[in-house]
Design a protein around this ligand. Structure first.
Ligand SMILES: Cc1ncc(COP(=O)(O)O)c(C=O)c1O
Length: 349
């Protein structure tokens, strides 16, 4: 690797009990930082977590040139720490950066920075099966210049926070028939800040109507299911696991990919294809058992118990023997070292 990561240790830790910390509020002691200027990454370092100082002219504050990732590290049963599929997250980070005209981070720098940071702050991983260290790599356009342009300078950082299960209960979602998250040719497959800011308004309307999230549909027909919140979605109907394809408008979820591979190994029928809300509706109208769930790093698996289509609420199956829980269990077993990691998904520190 061409980069040396300088480390300045934070010696004081004022949080002892990580068991009750809500998601995303408590940083760990350290963070990684690097600056991009004159076509190169400089000053690669791990330092005590601290606020940033930015000029009000900073480009990302105005034009949204920002990209992020979200991944997790876990404590394995044998006491070792693993980061789940960092290379797959790196690939997606790279694609997002390209889409947003931002410079690439060399893979070895990304992995080494993650490794050193997680090694330092792994003692923040809360106890229990759902305890994890949430890891947030991100990049922002940092040039101080107020004109609309691609930035010449960037800041790449990694911060961490202790995490537990994201959603405590099964979700109620509403099929969105007015607003869209992403259209063909847009930024739906990139993990860029603007996608999330634009999703808030429709999501708040859904919440005001008593739902947790919207189930996004395609921009042309408002009919084919896309994804939901910070999750890909999957349905289990007629012994088949169905999930929307990677069409360019949804995120290529690492959890989605992992669950599909696990399901395949279990001999489950898999269909990556467009799925209309009408198909789900008619299966439910016919009295079929339909499982619906979100899949994502934060939530792992989020069972969906209600899907609102038009003015009607439909109930999905969330019984204990649901396939989604078996898939989740398989994934947890790989991560905590109970079953062999045949795909090399665990990056062990
Ligand atoms: C919009 C969106 N879709 C899907 C996902 C799930 O992706 P992953 O499983 O990689 O966390 C996320 C979370 O990162 C997301 O933000």
């Amino acid at each position: 690797m061409d980069y040396t990561i300088n480390v300045t240790l934070q010696t004081e830790r004022n949080v002892k009990d990580t068991s009750k910390i809500p998601f995303g509020v408590q940083p760990t002691e350290h963070m990684f930082m690097a600056e991009y200027k004159n076509g190169k990454w400089h000053n690669t370092r791990i330092v005590p977590f601290a606020d940033l100082t930015l000029s009000p002219f900073t480009l990302c504050l105005h034009y949204g040139q920002t990209v992020f990732e979200g991944m997790k590290a876990f404590a394995m049963n044998d006491g070792r720490t693993n980061i789940f599929r960092p290379y797959k997250h790196y690939q997606r980070f790279s694609l997002s950066l390209e889409r947003m005209c931002m410079p690439q981070v060399p893979e070895d720098l990304f992995i080494e920075a993650l490794h050193q940071l997680v090694q330092l702050d792994a003692n923040w991983i809360p106890d229990g099966e759902d305890g994890a260290l949430y890891i947030r790599p991100f990049m922002i356009a940092s040039e101080g210049r107020i004109g609309v342009k691609v930035s010449d300078e960037y800041l790449f950082m990694i911060v961490c926070s202790p995490a537990h299960q994201y959603y405590a209960k099964a979700l109620k979602v509403k099929v969105e028939d007015r607003f869209v998250r992403a259209a063909d040719g847009g930024t739906g497959a990139a993990k860029c800040g603007g996608n999330y800011g634009a999703a808030f308004y429709p999501t708040e309307l859904a919440k005001a109507a008593g739902y947790d999230q919207v189930l996004w549909t395609d921009s042309r027909h408002h009919e084919f299911i896309e994804e939901s919140g910070t999750m890909n979605v999957m349905f289990y109907i007629d012994n088949t696991l169905i999930t929307p394809p990677l069409s360019g408008t949804i995120l290529d979820g690492v959890t989605r990919d992992s669950l599909l591979k696990i399901a395949k190994e279990r001999g489950i029928n898999i269909e990556e294809r467009s799925i209309s809300y009408r198909e789900i509706q008619s299966a439910l109208d016919d009295g079929k058992r339909v499982e619906a769930f979100g899949a994502g790093t934060a939530a792992v698996i989020a069972p969906i118990e209600v899907i609102a289509i038009g003015n009607k609420d439909y109930n999905c199956y969330i019984g204990k023997d649901a396939i989604m829980y078996q898939l989740q269990k398989d994934l947890l077993n790989i991560r905590n070292g109970n079953t062999p990691d045949s795909h090399n998904w665990n990056y062990i520190i």
